[in-house]
Design a protein around this ligand. Sequence first.
Ligand code: AFP
Length: 340
Amino acid sequence: MADRSMTLDEHLRSRSAAALPGLARSVAGVLIAIGRSAIRIQAELAHAALRGRLGAAGGQNVTGDTVKKLDVWGHETVVDALRDSGACRALVSEESAEPVEMPAGGAEGVVICCDPVDGSSNLDVGGSVGTIFALRPGRGQKPAGPMALGPGSDQVAAGYVLYGPSTILVYTMGEGVQGFTLDRDRGEFVLTHPEIRVPKRGKVYGVNEGNASTWDPGQRAYVEHLRTPDKASGRPYSLRYSGAMVADVHRTLLDGGIFMYPSDMTDPGRPKPKLRLLYEVAPMAMIAEQAGGRASTGTGRVLDLAATEFHQRAPILVGSPDDVALAEEFHRRHAARQGA
Ligand code: AFP
């Protein structure tokens, strides 16, 4: 039975003591560092308007997004916390074209892929944002950054922090999914959502429907199916979409349903996905699977997809196992029809 008063630090220390000594200790050290940086980020978000921290920093990041002041500040905050942990060998961040190497991370140090402030278009309108992260073994390599490449199944831990009405940190080390809520008075994350399990099927879908004209026919047919009333099978589904993946995936994990960001298929020969594989798509896929859910590209398991570039993009359909399986079925049927 999980102890609901347990703090994140206590929880991680108890888990890593029972597991492999070296790597598990580094994983715990880096997760504790992420927790510390999340406490700083949530405090800064709460005061950003008062401190003149909202708005654009000027310029675009490596993936072409407009960089906000808080994106830059969040990246630097995460870098400082990871360096202090002494357990991280490199950081792949949305806000840095090349990995940030941290040679002091030690032979057992891990490599982390992170989007420090994801959903940053919500910042200036008081919407939810998040931090997403995934850890892979550093294997003592120099430089360590390239160890972030390869399939998502190499991830040894993944998680996110949701900055909403409360600050919630959810993580997996490959043994289920645990959720902690920040107790602002104590400055500690406390276990509030032990052993999160995604419902087998939900009633809500999340997708940017403004992009519907760019989807392939299978994706369009699936969403049309969700919108078509049928009492017996619980349709129509409700649409919820926040513009911040963390908020949408968190809701999907707790309430069930499906979150999707399919590729732009305007040119069918050149699919254009939007979300980043290493620090958005693969971490959320690991969390979903560990919670009993499913994560697909539409044609295959996300965690089998191998990253060959740090800022590579990939499509994702993630959530309740039955909902994602049905979405895949629509993609399969339409692909078969087109091939015929
Ligand atoms: P930003 O961090 O650039 O705002 O992007 C957020 C995000 O990567 C992800 O969190 C959202 O689910 C998705 O993009 C929203 O994208 P659209 O605005 O195209 O719907």
